[in-house]
Design a protein around this ligand. Structure first.
Ligand SMILES: Cc1cc2nc3c(=O)[nH]c(=O)nc-3n(C[C@H](O)[C@H](O)[C@H](O)COP(=O)(O)O)c2cc1C
Length: 131
């Protein structure tokens, strides 16, 4: 099992509709390819973790890397894992929506990373706090 983490910068601005569509397609593909993960968006940057077979991740990341909705992808981690850390989610999504009363990116992320390794947890928590 492989786990891959990257960060990227949004190109232009993504509407709620655009994001919803991106997520729907991602979830459908990921379910089909047995890929799991978490995608964070703070209005400027994406932070995403992907988990699955070597082949599935290679193909998924190739598609994501050439997607014009974001740019400047930086691969932060690419490693072998024994067990999935985000096994329940075909693609969990948390978005910072400053001003909305339900918004608490840090709190939501804390719940999403309970099974993650210390490094992964720290990375996602610091991204959420900096948002
Ligand atoms: C930030 C971001 C995250 C994405 N995450 C996924 C993902 O987890 N799985 C996926 O299949 N596509 C993901 N996509 C969408 C792919 O880039 C691509 O549009 C989609 O897989 C459909 O590819 P196709 O048009 O070649 O069929 C993501 C795109 C962006 C911008």
């Amino acid at each position: 099992m492989r786990q891959l983490i990257y960060i990227s910068t949004v190109r232009g601005s993504q509407s709620d509709n655009g994001l919803a569509q991106l997520l729907a397609v991602s979830r459908m593909n990921n379910r089909q390819d047995d890929v799991t993960g978490l995608l964070l968006y703070n209005g400027n940057r994406f932070l995403q973790v992907l988990e699955g077979s070597d082949l599935a991740l290679t193909h998924t990341y190739e598609r994501i890397a050439t997607d014009e909705r974001h740019r400047s992808l930086v691969l932060l981690s690419d490693r072998e894992i024994d067990d999935r850390e985000f096994g329940d989610w075909s693609m969990a999504f948390e978005q910072d929506s400053a001003g909305a009363d339900f918004a608490d990116l840090a709190g939501q992320v804390e719940r999403a990373v309970v099974q993650a390794s210390p490094n992964t947890k720290a990375l996602f928590e610091s991204f959420a706090k900096a948002a």
